[in-house]
Every structure is written in C-alpha cells, then in structure tokens.
Design a protein. Structure first.
Length: 139
C-alpha cells in the first residue's frame, strides 16, 4: 500500500476548510468583527500552509496524478487545473503581503491587496477541491 494514498483527500479537506474560513473571515469583516476576522484569516492561512506541506509530501512520494477521462470533462479538468495552478503560484505572495500589512497595522494597504487576494484565494481553494473530485474514478 502506498503511504501517500490518504494525502489527496487530506489536501482536498484542507483546501475546503481554508475556503470556509476565508468565507467566514469575509463575513466577519463585513460585520465589523475584526477579532473574529483575524482568527478566521489566520486559520485559513494555517490550513493553506498545511495543504502546501501535504501537497509537497504527496508529490514527492507519489508523483503527479494523470487525468483518465476524455471528452468535454477533460477540457473542464484541464481548464480548472491550469487556472488553479497559475493563480496558486501567485497566492503565497499575495496572501503574504496581505497578512504583512494586517499585522503591521497598515489597513489601507491591507484592504487594497485583500480585494485582489481574497477572490484568488477562494478560487484556488475551491478549484483545489474540484480537481480532487475530477481526478476520482467516478467521472
């Protein structure tokens, strides 16, 4: 048995939980609850960080998983994966700058960057879960 078999499901779970905390953090800041917003965003960051470590371990142990489907669903998968990967490459930098300005207290810069980082982070988290399900054999 491959020791990395549980990691794809763990990765999807971490991505899904990060998306939930991102959404909760967004709701909290819209309500003016900065304390809960901060907690949610730190949780989303931690979950995304754990995802990255888990993903790197999975890739080192298992390698890349190839898509086995054909037709229009293959096109959907490739588009989803492609946009996910391109945006995920920029996400650590965007999230890092956003957090840096939040902890520094420069909230005008924080908000300006967060308006770009939030939708990208949500998209990357959600499409990470979608890629997991598209790779499952029930397609």
């Amino acid at each position: 048995m491959n020791t990395a078999t549980f990691l794809p499901a763990l990765n999807a779970t971490l991505n899904g939980m990060a998306a939930l905390f991102l959404l909760l953090g967004y709701v909290m800041i819209r309500r003016g609850d900065r304390k809960r917003h901060r907690v949610c965003m730190v949780a989303a960051t931690a979950l995304s960080g754990l995802f990255l470590v888990s993903y790197l371990v999975k890739t080192a142990l298992h390698g890349t998983t190839l898509y086995g489907g054909t037709g229009w669903l293959r096109t959907v998968y490739l588009f989803t994966l492609g946009t996910h990967l391109v945006l995920a490459m920029f996400l650590p930098l965007l999230a890092g700058f956003t957090l840096f300005h939040a902890f520094r207290g420069t909230f005008r810069k924080h908000r300006r960057i967060a308006r770009i980082a939030f939708p990208i982070w949500m998209y990357v988290s959600i499409t990470g879960v979608a890629v997991f399900f598209l790779l499952r054999p029930w397609y």
